[in-house]
Design a protein around this ligand. Structure first.
Ligand code: TRH
Length: 382
């Protein structure tokens, strides 16, 4: 089968870490598991450095973990176009690069993830731009979509981690966190989430909670809650049944391990959401805020799909906490009700992680798709 070995991936960092989070994982996986040569063009190395700490932001080009990373700005010179080009999240390829592409170039726009049903119909459709063809590749949860970003080893190691307490305790210890029997909750969200009310609910619930917060833009809310001017990595504060631990912003690998080590994970956006699924633990997702309540439609489409096999009372509790998390207040009753359903939700989320991990992953689907396109082009030339 024809395989194009050289791929270019373009990543424009709109805001936050999701765009580079996805592109960096995808680049590494295409290189490691599919032996492709990847050039990753990034428009903001300073933000990318949060997720790729080895980046030297002063360099125009560098190689990290076998990926060629190129600083992409208006003056970037392009010598050639790869045979397969991934334009992530409709970031708009630069005109000088477009000029180097030809009708045989496989141009794929990688879209944002959604569980909405329309995705099945739109995945892999294409449109013409002059001589070029742009394919729209939609990640998703059903076999008719482009699948989910998942490295090969995840299916095995995650199932082991879900059932094995020892690596989880070792990992928390490696972060300097005390061993205890508290309910463990990780918290990563957008600043507009009703964080203070969640912390109140945790503090007053009937269970001791250790809440781990990687340092990000949300620390002013917990600082207010604990009547501090500011919070920093390493801080540990207790109020009633809640102890809050401020962590440094973690490497992606360590963030994934944190998710696997917690009982409940609050996640956001796109990439941490998918990682929460692979962690196989109950999680609360906060979608990226959009106009016209689009994010709520996305949330409900996902919850309806994800909880389709779940018993109705646990499903209702999960919906209630998710809806409260998108509103201005999480009541203690909603939090407590969710905690009461954990005995059902824990095995359910572990099962869902296993089920979705049986599907073909996004990187493999991209390779299959591009190979098919290359073959079609070759056959049409005969
Ligand atoms: O940062 P995000 O809000 O990104 C968002 C979404 O992708 C959204 O769809 C998009 O429109 C917007 O960006 C522009 O959330 P996300 O997608 O979860 O990305 C966070 C990344 O940060 C993810 O790769 C996990 C990583 N991370 C760490 O590596 N260490 C950490 O400590 C934490 C908290 C996160």
């Amino acid at each position: 089968m024809a395989t194009s070995k050289h791929w270019d991936i373009f990543c424009k960092i709109v805001d936050n870490f999701g765009d580079i989070g996805v592109c960096w994982r995808l680049s590494k996986q295409l290189q490691n598991e599919h032996q492709l040569t990847i050039r990753l063009f990034i428009d903001d190395l300073n933000v990318a450095k949060h997720l790729i700490p080895a980046l030297d932001t002063s360099l125009a080009q560098q190689t990290i973990q076998n990926i060629t990373i190129i600083s992409w700005h208006t003056d970037t010179k392009f010598a050639h176009a790869a045979q397969v080009v991934i334009e992530s999240f409709a970031c708009e390829l630069p005109p000088p690069y477009l000029a180097l592409m030809h009708p045989d170039t496989i141009w794929i726009n990688l879209e944002y993830l959604s569980a909405e049903t329309w995705v099945d119909d739109f995945h892999a459709k294409s449109s013409k731009r002059g001589q070029l063809t742009r394919h729209f590749f939609f990640p998703g949860f059903t076999p008719c979509t482009g699948g989910l970003l998942r490295e090969r080893q995840i299916a095995n190691t995650k199932q082991e981690r879900i059932n094995n307490q020892t690596p989880q305790q070792d990992f928390l210890k490696s972060l300097g966190l005390p061993a205890n029997n508290d309910l463990k909750v990780s918290l990563f969200c957008y600043p507009h989430a009703p964080i203070a009310s969640l912390l109140t609910a945790m503090a007053t619930s009937d269970q001791r909670v250790s809440c781990y917060v990687p340092a990000s833009g949300i620390l002013s809310s917990p600082a207010n809650f604990f009547e501090r001017d500011s919070l920093h990595a390493g801080d540990q504060l207790t109020h009633k049944n809640l102890t809050l631990h401020v962590l440094p912003f973690l490497s992606q690998d360590n963030y994934d391990k944190l998710l696997s080590s917690c009982d409940i994970n609050f996640v956001r956006g796109e990439d941490s959401w998918v990682r929460a699924i692979w962690a196989g633990k109950p999680f609360i997702w906060q979608p990226y805020l959009q106009t016209e309540q689009t994010h709520i439609k996305k949330l409900h489409a996902f919850l309806n799909l994800y909880f389709s096999d779940c018993d109705q009372t646990s499903k209702r509790s999960a919906f209630s906490l998710h809806d409260a998390w998108q509103s201005e207040h999480v009541s203690s009753a909603i939090w407590q009700d969710y905690l009461n359903k954990l005995t059902t939700l824990k095995p359910y989320c572990a099962k869902q992680s296993y089920t979705y991990a049986q599907q073909t992953d996004l990187a493999t689907k991209l390779v299959i798709f591009s190979d098919k396109m290359i073959k079609n082009i070759a056959e049409n030339k005969v």
